[in-house]
Ligand binder design. Sequence first.
Ligand code: SF4
Length: 487
Amino acid sequence: MSGPDFPFLFPFSYASQSPPAAVTRFDRDALADFRALAGRIDGNGPRYTSYPTADRFHAGFPEAGYLDALDDCARDASAPLSLYLHVPFCDNVCYYCGCNKIVTRDHGRSSRYVDYLVREMVLVAQRLGTRRPVMQSHWGGGTPTFLDPGEMERVMAALDAHFDLLPEGEHAIEIDPRTVDDARMSRLRDLGFNRISLGVQDFHPEVQQAIHRVQPFAQTRDAVFAARRLGFRSVSMDLIYGLPHQTTARFQETLDRVLVLLPNRISVYSYAHLPHVFKPQRRIDTAALPAPAEKLDILVSTIERLTAEGYVYIGMDHFALPDDDLARAQRDGRLQRNFQGYATHAGYDQLGFGVSAIGSVAGRYVQNYRTLDDYYTALDADRLPVSRGFEMSADDHLRKTVIGELMCNGRLDIAQIEARFAIDFAQSFAPELRDLDELATQGLVRRDPTRIDVTELGRLLVRRIAMVFDRYLREAEPVPLRYSRVV
Ligand code: SF4
């Protein structure tokens, strides 16, 4: 589809469609408090897509540990699985990028990569022994659509041969709108994908130039329209704030355009400028980055705007329309976290395929080698390409549940936790509860002996609450309750 860039004047707003009664604007007092507190309490910290966090995984975790995990997983042959598949290649580098990717124009490299992905699937499936049902799959990257249609068909055929991808499940792929047209979108749908996630970041041309990701609005719009026409169940969009040349007013213009497209889910990530860690970021002009106060203003005004337009603030950078599965799961108290963020099916064992992919299987985290050479060498020797991992203890399981409940559902039923884990909560978490009381005085939580509730303000700083229960952070250093930096 072609057409003029951004021809619309807000033809549709979810807020105008009589949203369910539960949907309200974000509490304005909480936003005002957040604005005042964000400079003193750091909302940053681990994202807790896993607990323990990935920086605790260690190289001493052997391939045998993964094989044992797969054997444990195999005991319940009917239990659905979740799959993550990593495609590391990108045509161009975006300067803000902190992903594990390989920038190349040589599309010959992906054909070889697909051969190895298939080999890895065969090894894992053989160990599992049965064609397991899959309720959730996610292709991420890099740029999964770097693979040509034939390569994607090869991967999907291998998945189909070894796993039963349930049609009622969520099957998602991350898409760079610059790499797809209508025909490609149609093939993705035919392959069984029913959700897409689009990288956008910002629509302003000067910002796009500065981050080396020029992506006209029409390209994104066409991908969204194609997805709707083709019956994809859900469209997600990723934005980033804190990029060079962004201002609050400019970011509102980006939101204007995003809201025209009405994605089911919107993620708004904070840009962390770490050029000593991520080499591409050295090409970003530091002087053009928004000042901390402006960055905070972009975030607050974004939360205000999206919730005023009817989006539900799910937490930790994520928004969803009220009828989206994520919002429903949160209302029903069954939202969870996994490596992709918030999820409705995160309770399943997750298999990771591809270079650097992370899996979570039967109480073990497993991560593959990060370089193609190491990944290929292991598979050439018929070994699973495990580079590091972690076996969870009983205490890890307990803390993972506590952190997950607080981050996803905003509350903790203490009696339930005590019954499930056979503990006395007050005894097991005495120092944590003292720290929590400090956060209570700042308005982030409310607690009594039976429950902990995260306040509206606390939802905006929920990582800080989760950090209280992170044993590894506590052992590394006392968790500071006050910081000096802003967002
Ligand atoms: S942001 Fe995405 S598309 Fe850009 S270089 Fe990183 S992985 Fe590739």
